[in-house]
Design a protein around this ligand. Structure first.
Ligand code: BG6
Ligand code: MG
Length: 226
């Protein structure tokens, strides 16, 4: 029988809501380059690394081919400085509703907890929101070869925990993140809307809708329906 041994969390859009700040930072960068982006870009950059997100933003402005690799790094750094100025005041008040309750319950039931975020600012947010101590493993995105939707980051989390992927649940808000969880051989839980996360069987609008029993049931159902 497969039992639940670990829950692997994404950060942005799951443990806290930062998509507005990412969007505003990209918008500012685009404006400085002379074009505007619409909020629709938000969904496209969710779960996607900074440099890959930059490519999406530049293409939206018809500037996909304009910059050298070195210039792109400068632009990404510039966006990051704007983003960091927007999240610098984050505190535990910015934790998603239900996050603390879920983390606490997992911990008291001896379920391992990991973070699999591609954001290089995730560590800062963990500390700012005072939840670092809940995590048994925090994957460093710099160590991950292929970003989401590749399975690498979730596989690395499971490996670092020493737990088989099929005993892990991944929680994600991004289409690419759900793909990453599935290709790692884990069951995904989506946070958001079924319209965006149509690749996920278990989608909830917020963390308040899930608890350890919901998560265990998903693992159990997987086994009995395979
Ligand atoms: C993801 C976000 O969690 O992190 C993406 O969903 C973002 O929008 C990516 O581009 C990288 O974040 P950062 O903080 O390293 O620029
Ligand atoms: Mg996310």
């Amino acid at each position: 029988m497969i039992t639940l041994e670990a829950v692997i969390f994404d950060m942005d859009g799951v443990l806290t809501e930062t998509s507005r700040q990412h969007y505003l930072a990209w918008k500012q960068l685009a404006r400085d380059l002379g074009f505007d982006i619409s909020e629709a870009i938000n969904e496209q950059v969710k779960g996607i690394s900074r440099l890959e997100s930059l490519e999406i933003v530049l293409s939206a402005g018809g500037m996909g081919e304009r910059f050298s690799e070195a210039e792109k790094i400068e632009l990404a750094d510039k966006k990051n400085l704007i983003y960091q100025s927007l999240i610098k005041e984050f505190t535990k008040e910015n934790l998603s509703v239900g996050a603390l309750e879920l983390l606490t319950s997992l911990k008291s039931n001896n379920i391992k907890i990991a973070l699999a975020s591609v954001s290089k600012n995730a560590q800062f947010l963990l500390e700012a929101m005072e939840i670092s101590s809940y995590f048994d493993v925090i994957v460093d995105p710099r160590e991950v070869k292929h970003g989401k939707p590749a399975p690498d980051i979730f596989l690395m989390a499971a490996k670092m925990l020493g737990i088989k992927p099929k005993s892990c649940i991944g929680i994600e808000d991004a289409f690419a993140g759900v793909e990453s969880i599935k290709s790692a051989g884990m069951q995904p839980i989506g946070i958001g809307s079924k319209a965006h996360l149509y690749n996920c069987n278990h989608v909830y609008s917020s963390l308040t809708e899930i608890n350890i029993d919901t998560i265990r049931k998903i693992i159990y159902e997987t086994e009995c329906c395979q």
